[in-house]
Design a protein around this ligand. Structure first.
Ligand code: ACO
Ligand code: ZN
Length: 302
C-alpha cells in the first residue's frame, strides 16, 4: 500500500521503565489497548506487572507487591550464592499472569510472532541477579521458555536477555542451562526456529565454544588413555553437550574440524588442539560467569 509506513506503525510504547532504568523498546507488543497508547510503561521487576503512570507504579511497589514479592514466582532450581545468581522455574499453568506478562515484555524485543496468552503448555526459566546488599531480593535478568510436552527436540522456545543486561554472557549462560536440562533428560536439544538475528549469532557462538570445549576434553582423554581406542563421532559430541547432531555439525564447521575425505567422500572430525585451546581460552578470558552444573537441583519429571 501507498502508506506502508502507517500500516506498519509500531505501537506507541517507546520505552519501559524497569529497575529505575528507561529502556528503548525494539518492536511492538500486544498490550491491552489502554496500555499500548502510552509512550512509557512502568514495570515491576518482580511480578512484571505493567502500569501507565509512575504514581500507580509507586503504589504498586508500596502496597501491592512491595515486601510480598521480591523474586519470580515458582521454584528456585539453581543458586550460586557467591556469584549472586539464581534460576527459577515458573510453570505457565500455575502462574498464568506472570508468564503472560513475561511474554508481552519479550515481544517488545522480538520481531517474530511469539505466544502471549496461551502460556499453560510452557515452563519458564528465569535468570535473576541476587541483590548485592539484600540477598532476599532477586533482580530479573532474562528468561527462556520451554514446551512441557513436546515430541520435537526443541529445548528452548523463546529466549531473552533484557537489554539492560545484554552482552554480559547471560544469554550464553541461559543457553548453557537449557542444554544442561536436556542432558538431565537424556535428550538432545535445539532452539525453536526461526531464530532471530541475535538468536542466531548467540547460538552459533555458543555451539562453537561448547563444541571446542568438548573436543578439548576428548583430546585430553585420548592423550591420557593412550592404549585404549577412541572414536569421536557426532553422537559422542552430542551426548557430551546435549546439542542436537545437526547443530554439532554447524559448530564443527565453524571450528573447521569437519574434513571430507576426497576419495571416499566420508567426513571425519579432526581436532586441531591449538585452535581448540585458543577458542576456549579466549572465551574464558572474557570473565563471564560459567555455569556450575552441580548447583542445579532440577530433576526431570518422568
Ligand atoms: N552482536 C554481536 N554478537 C552478539 C550479540 C550482538 N548483539 N549478542 C550476542 N552475541 C554473541 C557474541 O559473540 C557474544 O559474546 P561477546 O559479547 O563476548 O562478544 C555472545 O554471543 C554471547 O552473548 P551474551 O552476552 O551471552 O548474549 P546476551 O545476554 O546479550 O543475549 C540474546 C543474547 C538472548 C539473543 C539477546 O540478544 C536478546 O534477548 N535479543 C532479543 C530477543 C531475541 O532475539 N531472542 C532470540 C530469539 S530466537 C529464540 O528465542 C529461539
Ligand atoms: Zn509487582
Amino acid at each position: 500500500p501507498q502508506n506502508a509506513s502507517l500500516y506498519f506503525k509500531r505501537s506507541k510504547i517507546e520505552h519501559i521503565c524497569f529497575r529505575d532504568h528507561l529502556l528503548d523498546t525494539w518492536y511492538s507488543s500486544p498490550y491491552p489497548e489502554e496500555f499500548s497508547k502510552n509512550k512509557i510503561l512502568y514495570m515491576c521487576e518482580f511480578c512484571l506487572k505493567y502500569m501507565s503512570s509512575p504514581k500507580s507504579f509507586e503504589r504498586h511497589q508500596m502496597k501491592v507487591c512491595g515486601a510480598a514479592n521480591n523474586h519470580p514466582p515458582g521454584v528456585e532450581i539453581y543458586r550460586d550464592a557467591n556469584a549472586k545468581l539464581a534460576f527459577w522455574e515458573v510453570d505457565g499453568r500455575k502462574n498464568i499472569e506472570y508468564c503472560q506478562n513475561l511474554c508481552l515484555l519479550a515481544k517488545l524485543f522480538l520481531n517474530s510472532k511469539t505466544l502471549y496468552y496461551d502460556v499453560e503448555p510452557f515452563v519458564f526459566y528465569v535468570l535473576t541477579e541476587i541483590d548485592e546488599q539484600d540477598s532476599s531480593i532477586y533482580h530479573f535478568v532474562g528468561y527462556f521458555s520451554k514446551e512441557k510436552l513436546n515430541n520435537s527436540d526443541y529445548n528452548v522456545s523463546c529466549i531473552l536477555t533484557l537489554p539492560l543486561y545484554q552482552r554480559k554472557g547471560y544469554g550464553h549462560l541461559m543457553i548453557d542451562f537449557s542444554y544442561l536440562l536436556s542432558r538431565k533428560e537424556f535428550k538432545y536439544g535445539t532452539p525453536e526456529k526461526p531464530l532471530s538475528d541475535l538468536g542466531l549469532v548467540s547460538y552459533r557462538n555458543y555451539w562453537r565454544i561448547a563444541i571446542a570445549h568438548a573436543l578439548q576434553k576428548l583430546s585430553e582423554d585420548i592423550m591420557t588413555n593412550a592404549n585404549s581406542q577412541y572414536y569421536i563421532s557426532l553422537e559422542i559430541v552430542s551426548k557430551m553437550t546435549g546439542i542436537k547432531p545437526s547443530d554439532v555439525v554447524v559448530g564443527l564447521e565453524q571450528l573447521e574440524a569437519l574434513i571430507r575425505n576426497k576419495q571416499t567422500y566420508e567426513y571425519a572430525i579432526v581436532i586441531d588442539k591449538k585452535k581448540v585451546n585458543e577458542i576456549v581460552d579466549s572465551w574464558n578470558s572474557r570473565g563471564y560467569y560459567a555455569l556450575k552444573p552441580e548447583l542445579c537441583i532440577w530433576k526431570p519429571l518422568i
